[in-house]
Design a protein around this ligand. Structure first.
Ligand SMILES: Nc1ncnc2c1ncn2[C@@H]1O[C@H](COP(=O)(O)OP(=O)(O)OP(=O)(O)O)[C@@H](O)[C@H]1O
Length: 232
């Protein structure tokens, strides 16, 4: 079983305005869903200790491990900008070559990647490299910020399937942030819906999809399925 992280209090203020006020559990595979501006990135930045200085944070959590650089992997939205462009892939890992090769193998890549620069790889390959770097660190929690947004449909599915497989194999706890319910419905067991910095609904993904208890959740679900039909 993966570890549960209890976010007891996550409150972010900008002067007198409360931007975020949440408490929730990150359990197994959990998705945090909300429209633009709802507070998804602020939640991630707080967990990663990367909050801008103009904001004040009241953050309290409990878990079996510390939320720090060694235990957390982060997969950002855009693989094209998340790696250093002038640095060969082999120098973007922070481990021995043996561990690099092992991690690359887990994401379906090989040693040839190590001598390349990021702009010599495709989006799908780059996102796999980013995932390989994360798992090479023996992390416990994987944070994902819309990791498939910059990818085409084929790569999207490949990355979601890969994350699912690695989460099981490495016993990772996942927090997947997105506005796209469609991308997480087969991956995340639990779902938290946020609006304007507050939790609107949370529970099992399949139960929420079958029984959204408010208009906002319904709209998020419907807009996803509409977009999907439109794309076909
Ligand atoms: N550094 C900051 N200073 C002031 N306000 C901020 C700052 N960062 C974020 N905010 C505000 O906090 C709210 C939540 O922002 P956040 O970036 O977490 O949204 P989001 O859900 O990630 O949106 P998106 O899906 O568009 O990325 C927004 O109203 C935003 O304007």
């Amino acid at each position: 079983m993966s570890k549960v992280i209890n976010i007891n209090r996550l409150k972010i203020e900008l002067k007198k305005d409360i931007l975020l006020d949440l408490s929730f559990k990150i359990k197994n595979t959990t998705a945090l869903i909300g429209e633009s501006g709802s507070g998804k990135s602020l939640t991630l930045k707080t967990i990663l200790n990367l909050l801008p200085k103009n904001l004040s944070a009241d953050f309290d959590y409990s878990s079996d491990f510390e939320l720090n650089y060694n235990n957390i992997g982060f997969i950002p939205q855009n693989p094209f900008t998340s790696l250093s462009p002038m640095t060969k892939i082999k120098n973007q890992f922070f481990c021995k070559k043996e561990s690099m090769l092992l991690a690359l193998k887990k994401v379906g890549l090989d040693s040839w990647v190590l001598e390349r620069f990021p702009n010599q790889l495709s989006g799908g390959q780059l996102q796999r490299v980013v995932i390989a770097i994360a798992i090479s660190k023996k992390i416990k929690l994987l944070l994902l910020d819309e990791p498939t947004t910059a990818l085409d449909e084929k790569n999207k599915k490949m990355i979601i399937d890969l994350i699912k497989q690695l989460a099981t194999e490495f016993n990772l706890t996942l927090l997947f942030i997105t506005h796209d319910i469609d991308s997480i419905k087969d991956l995340c067991e639990n779902m938290i819906i946020i609006k304007k910095g507050k939790i609107i609904q949370d529970g099992k993904t399949n139960e929420i999809l079958q029984n959204p208890n408010n208009e906002y959740t319904k709209t998020l679900i419907e807009s996803n399925f509409k977009t999907r039909k439109f794309r076909k």
